[in-house]
Design a protein around this ligand. Structure first.
Ligand code: 5GP
Ligand code: ZN
Length: 113
């Protein structure tokens, strides 16, 4: 039976996405509704519902997600970028599979809305 999780299905190739990067642990793809000229998502293939679900054994994996996000940003014209994780619905999380937003290619304001 296929996973009910949208990003698990994207990472497995069951649902198509514009892939930027893939290895055995990490998958990166362009956001379907970009909020900046560069806007992609980096996810662990392991299903974690969000930052709250990270356990000590996942620390290296999440470090890798961030490292690859910054590296792909540089390679895609967004060396200066915003790396963001929304944690919970009130913080704007709509997909409950941990993902790092990488946004760049325009000046970023602070604080975010
Ligand atoms: P969240 O709001 O959970 O932090 O971010 C979820 C992100 O996933 C949003 O920026 C949204 O545009 C993106 N997204 C939702 N569904 C899809 C999809 O089917 N394909 C892709 N590529 N991005 C998606
Ligand atoms: Zn998932």
């Amino acid at each position: 039976m296929s996973s009910p999780c949208l990003f698990c299905r994207i990472a497995s190739g069951e649902i198509p996405a514009k892939k930027l990067y893939e290895d055995d642990e990490v998958f990166a793809f362009w956001d379907i509704s970009p909020q900046a000229p560069t806007h992609f998502l980096v996810i662990p293939k392991k299903h974690l519902s969000g930052p709250e679900a990270i356990s000590a054994e996942d620390e290296a994996l999440i470090g890798k997600v961030v490292r690859i996000g910054a590296q792909l940003a540089r390679e895609n014209g967004a060396e200066h970028c915003r790396l963001a994780m929304n944690n919970g619905a009130e913080a704007g999380q709509t997909v409950f599979h941990l993902h790092l937003h990488v946004l760049g290619g325009r000046p970023m304001s602070w604080p975010p809305g």
